[in-house]
Structures are given as C-alpha cells and as structure tokens.
Design a binder for this molecule. Sequence first.
Ligand code: AMP
Length: 306
Amino acid sequence: MNIVVVGSVAYDSVETPHGSRDDQLGGSATFFSIAASKLGATSGVVAVVGEDFRDSDRAILSDHGVDLNGLSVVPDGKTFRWGGRYHEDMNDRDTLFTHLNVFQDFAPDLPQAYEESSFVFLGNIHPGLQSNVLDQVESPRFVALDTMNLWIETTRDKLVEVLGRVDCLFLNDEEAKQLTGQHTVARAAQHIQKMGPETVIIKRGEHGAILFSQEDIFYAPAYPLEYVTDPTGAGDSFAGGFMGYLARTGDFTPANMRRAMIVGSLVASFCVEGFSVDRLSEVGDEEIKRRYGSFVDLTSFEPLSL
Ligand code: AMP
C-alpha cells in the first residue's frame, strides 16, 4: 500500500443546475483514493461508516484496489451525510447540512500494515483526528493535509498544531486568506509556509490551482470543460491525482511537482464531469494520457520575440 488516507466516506445529497442526487457515494477519502488509483497508487482508507453503507459502494472502492482494512463499520450506526447546493456559477456552493453521525465518536486505529506507509493524506476532517492518524504512522516521507473553513473557524489551534507536522497543505483561496489574514494568495502562502508546510497548494475551482514551494511557483489551469455536472469532490480528486502521481514516481523535483499539479487538475476535470464518482470510475490510462496532452497544448507558448 502506498498512501494512508484519513477522511470522510460519506453519503452526499447534491443539487446542481443539472439535477440532483440523494445519498450518493462521496467523502474526501472516497474521491481521493479513487483518484490516486488512476495513477496506479494504492490507498488504505482510515474512516468509519454505518451499517447503512451499501455493499455496492464498498465494491466500487475495492474494485479500484482501495484497501478497506482501516474502514470500520459501526453496528446500527449511520454513515456521515453531507448536503450541498451549487449555484449557476458552480464555484459557489452552500452547505445545506453536515451530519457527522458515526464520525462523532470515531477514534482511528490504524491496521499494522498502514504504519510504515511513506505517504499520508490527512483529508478534510477534524484536525484532532488528523493528528491522531499521523501519530500512528512511523516515519512518513510526505504528509499532505486538506482542510476547510469549518475547522479554521472552530478548531483553529488544533489545526495550527497539526500543520506544524505536514509537508503540504491544500486549501482554497478564501480559506488561505481566512487562515492567515492576508489578502493575496502569495502572501497567504508565505505565512502558511512559516506554519510548517513547505508546499502550499491553493485551489481556485474552475480557475485552477497554484503551487508555492521553496523552489518554485507554478500555476496549473483547470481544464476548460464545456459542461460541469457536479463539482463535489474536485478538490479531493485533485489531491488524489497529485499524490498518486508523486507516490508512483517518488520524485519531488520541481519539474515533477509541476507534472503532479497537471495530473491533479486533469483527474479533477474527470471527477466534475459526472455525479459522485460515476465519471472518475470509468476513466482509464488512455484518457488520462490524452487529457495530459491537451494540457500541454493549452499551456505551451513560444518565447517572446519583439
Ligand atoms: P470537495 O468538493 O473536494 O470540497 O469535497 C466534498 C466532499 O467532502 C463531499 O463528498 C463531502 O462528503 C465531504 N465533506 C464535506 N464537509 C465535510 C466535513 N465537515 N467533514 C468531512 N467531510 C466533509
């Protein structure tokens, strides 16, 4: 197994301008691990579900080679549920509800096989749980963390504490500004680097993502899709593509981190083409290579000649 992932495995109810779905498979760990599998990386999921978690959804994860030994099931418990509504401008969404259910009393206990993992993704859950998981991995080579406004507002101290122990932080531009009080993403990234993570990746929805590291600043565009069906999970799919590619190559040079950013962006572009993991699930190597080529075409230009 390449990557230990802690995060939600959820049932989402979403409303988008293209339709609505109730209780569809979602959650940060779900999107991340399926995205990483597209690059040949195996994830071991640390999460909890209730007895209502469907066998067909378990099969979707295991068909992608996701290790479910760390997925506990609470008898009589109810799976985490999240509801969201997207506006015409799908960068804009309202959270309708967050029902933690079985996550409320979750105490992660990592299977022994996960303890020696080199890569750790601390998906968007309570920072206390993120810390707890990190405590149980012996000497990881690369730890990334994703978070959201809820944790910045309600458990800031715990979040700052765990940030001191990670190599890479994913967050969106609003959250970066909220966490640091800075008004430009460049200054926010510098502040975050001082808190711990050497690499800061700021996600900007349909406007792509920017990487700030010690050696480099790189802007990956989002793929200009004509139709977006359901943006849920785009951020986690980005992280899964990015880390899946790093886990596969083991190469942290600036040039390879740039490739990983493009891979993240392209995997996220497949995610948003369908509801839940419908589209992401069916994508194969050929489509990934083709879309990578489209990104090269989209962003290459000749030197300036005046
Ligand atoms: P994204 O669109 O990348 O922000 O991820 C959306 C996913 O995050 C959905 O599938 C939700 O189930 C999950 N999610 C939303 N809020 C939370 C939360 N507070 N804790 C854990 N997972 C969440």
